[in-house]
Write a protein that binds this ligand. Structure first.
Ligand SMILES: [Fe+2]
Length: 337
C-alpha cells in the first residue's frame, strides 16, 4: 500500500548499506547489515516510493563479495524501481573473495549503472536524477573524471524536468566545517570538488547533491551567492552504523520534505551508538576540538534530518548562519507559510 501524496515525487536515498552476510561487528554493525537492509526495503515498499537511490558501498565486498552482491541484488529487486551508483567498496582493487566494479555493474546492469558506464540519468516524474561515478580504483578518496564531467554537463543541459538531483558517493563539501583535518579531506572529499560544485551551481534546476561515504547526517546549502543560487549538500548516514539512517525526499510544491527512516530492529540504535564510539573516525573527530560531541555530529541536528528545504533558498535560519534548533525550526516553518 503506497502512502505517497498524489502529484509528489517520493525518492529514497540509502547509501553505505554495506550489505554482507558474513560481516563482523565493528564501528559499523555489519553482522546486522542484511536484516537492516531487508527492513528498509520493506519500509520503502510500504511507503510507496517512486524510486530508491542506492549511493554506493551498497555491499561490503571485503570477505564475500559475490555473496554480498547476490543478497543485495535480491533484496533491492523487491522494489519496483531503484538506481545504483558505485562506492569505493565496489571499486576496490580485486583481492581474493572480492568482486570488481565490472562484476557489480554486470549483475545490476540497467539499475542505474550499466555494464558500459557507471553513471545514469533518469526522469522520475518532474525530477531528473543523475547518478555519477566519484570513485577511483585504489583509493578511498573521490574524483570525477573529465569524461564523467562531460556526461554530467550534458545531462544537466538536457534535463526537461523542473528539478534535478545529483547522486554521488563522495562529499563535495566539508560537513565538519569550520574544522579542518587533512586526512578527512583526502579520504572523504571529491578531489576536484571545486569544478564539480561550479558545474552543478551553473544549472538553476539543481536542487541537491546527495552523498554518503562519511557515515554522518548533515544538510548544508552550498555554492550560494549571497542569498541566491546554490544547492543543498545532503549527506546521508549509513543504515548499518549509528545513527542508522536512510532518507525519504518528497518533492512537493513548497520544497523537498526530508524525512529520516531507521531500521525497525529493537536495540539496534543503542548497539550502534556504543559501537561507533570505538571506531577510527571517533578518534579522529576528537582531534578537531569541536564543541559538539562525536555522537551529536554523526547524528546531526533536527535540521539535518527532518526539515522542509525550499527549492530556491535555504531556510532563513541557515542563511543567517545560525544553528537551527527546534525553536528556530518553528520560526523557519512560520516564515515559510
Ligand atoms: Fe565509501
Amino acid at each position: 500500500m503506497g502512502t505517497a501524496t498524489p502529484g509528489e515525487v517520493l525518492l529514497a536515498h540509502i547509501t553505505d548499506a554495506h550489505v554482507t552476510p558474513r560481516g563482523r561487528a565493528t564501528a559499523v554493525l555489519k553482522h546486522q547489515s542484511v536484516p537492516i537492509f531487508e527492513d528498509l526495503i520493506q519500509q520503502l515498499l510500504d511507503r510507496g516510493v517512486d524510486a530508491a537511490l542506492f549511493g554506493g558501498d551498497n555491499i561490503d565486498n571485503r570477505d564475500s563479495g559475490a555473496e554480498d552482491l547476490e543478497i543485495f541484488a535480491r533484496l533491492a529487486e523487491r522494489l519496483p524501481r531503484f538506481h545504483c551508483i558505485l562506492g569505493n567498496h565496489e571499486a576496490d582493487s580485486k583481492k581474493p573473495n572480492q568482486i570488481t566494479r565490472e562484476e557489480f555493474a554486470a549483475r545490476l546492469a540497467g539499475r542505474g549503472i550499466t555494464a558500459e558506464r557507471y553513471c545514469f540519468s533518469e526522469g522520475v516524474g518532474n525530477v531528473r536524477v543523475i547518478g555519477i561515478d566519484t570513485t577511483l580504483v585504489g583509493t578511498h578518496g573521490g574524483y570525477v573524471s573529465p569524461r564523467m564531467m562531460q556526461y554530467l554537463a550534458k545531462e544537466l543541459r538536457q534535463a526537461e524536468e523542473d528539478h534535478i538531483v545529483v547522486l554521488g558517493h563522495h562529499l563535495l563539501y566539508r560537513t565538519w566545517e569550520p574544522h579542518v583535518l587533512q586526512a578527512w579531506d583526502q579520504e572523504y572529499l571529491v578531489g576536484n570538488r571545486a569544478e564539480v560544485t561550479a558545474l552543478l551551481a551553473s544549472s538553476p534546476k539543481v536542487r541537491a547533491y546527495l552523498c554518503g561515504h562519511h557515515h554522518a547526517s548533515r544538510i548544508q546549502r552550498i555554492a550560494a551567492r549571497g542569498h541566491t543560487g546554490g544547492f543543498y549538500h545532503i549527506l546521508t548516514a549509513s543504515p548499518a552504523a549509528f545513527p542508522h539512517h536512510a532518507r525519504l525526499l518528497a518533492f512537493r510544491a513548497d520544497g523537498i520534505h526530508v524525512e529520516t527512516l531507521q531500521p525497525r530492529i529493537p536495540g539496534i540504535v543503542e548497539a550502534g551508538r556504543e559501537a561507533v564510539l570505538v571506531g577510527r573516525k571517533a578518534r579522529r573527530y576528537a582531534t578537531l576540538g569541536s564543541s559538539q560531541t562525536f555522537l551529536e555530529y554523526v547524528e546531526g541536528r533536527q535540521s539535518d534530518n527532518e526539515i522542509i528545504l525550499p527549492y530556491d533558498a535555504a531556510p532563513i535560519a541557515e542563511r543567517r548562519g545560525i544553528s537551527v534548533t527546534s525553536s528556530a525550526r518553528a520560526m523557519v516553518l512560520e516564515t515559510m507559510r
